[in-house]
Design a protein around this ligand. Structure first.
Ligand code: CTP
Ligand code: CA
Length: 226
């Protein structure tokens, strides 16, 4: 891979990227979120644009400027809205890179009024599982070349390869979170897996890694769809 940093690897391709966390509302003032900063996904969107792609970025709630070269940005809050935006844009995408940390659960009911405390009694929230955007995309035909992310705290390779096959993905980028890597960190390291192959992208800035990832995605895309 080293030395293959062609600048137009994705020329003529339409790349859809999701990034950031999702917020699942509990009531008008509270939500369930996660620690994704959106920086990895935004770096991927920027790198894809720099590699010549026409990029649409679907962003969860983050405070990040739209990266240079990104043609269209759609801001969403919840997993349900992210799913709508991604599915709507997927018809015209050649590649989907799901870098968003989509909330796995949402409160089964969103309270219309602010929840109040009740004399020390515990509050129990019922949570419903959110639909899986990647799995839903994999079930539509035709669908874009699918790249997932897997943030894991342990057994990274095994969990990532399981997600690759279970979700029907073309590639997965796995990273270990915690210990100064992953969410909220400046640096990251990625292990890429695809059916029948893998590649290690060693620790680097998220921008640097995004550029390398995008080169690999371009190569796998061309290999899979000659
Ligand atoms: N993903 C998705 N829709 C969801 C949950 C996850 O599209 N509702 C995508 C993410 O964007 C990511 C990939 O699936 O590209 C893996 O996300 P991850 O949270 O690691 O996997 P899960 O299947 O949710 O498994 P778990 O959180 O239990 O490890
Ligand atoms: Ca998850």
């Amino acid at each position: 891979l080293a030395g293959s940093f062609g600048s137009a690897t994705l020329a003529g391709l339409r790349v859809l990227v999701s990034a950031g966390p999702t917020y699942e509302d509990i009531d008008p003032v509270r939500f369930i979120g996660n620690r994704s900063s959106g920086r990895m996904g935004f770096a991927v969107a920027e790198a894809a644009a720099a590699a010549g792609a026409q990029v649409t970025l679907v962003a969860g709630p983050v405070s990040l400027p739209t990266p240079a070269g990104v043609a269209r940005r759609v801001d969403v809050r919840s997993a349900a809205k992210m799913r709508e935006a991604v599915l709507a844009a997927s018809d015209t995408a050649d590649i989907y890179i799901g870098a968003a940390a989509v909330g796995d659960y949402r409160p089964a009911q969103v309270a219309e009024r602010k929840l109040k405390k009740h004399d020390g009694a515990p509050l129990v929230l019922d949570l419903a599982e959110n639909p899986d955007i990647l799995k839903d995309l994999a079930a539509t035909h035709p669908h874009p070349f699918l790249v997932g992310f897997a943030a894991e705290t342990h057994d990274v390779a095994a969990y990532a390869q399981d997600k690759l096959s279970r979700k029907g993905l073309d590639m997965i980028a796995a990273n270990r979170v915690g210990a100064g890597l992953g969410f909220e960190a400046d640096d990251n390291a990625l292990s890429l897996y695809w059916p029948g192959g893998s590649e290690e992208l060693p620790r680097a800035s998220k921008r640097e890694l995004a550029a390398r990832l995008v080169q690999c995605v371009g190569m796998r895309y061309r290999a899979a769809k000659p």
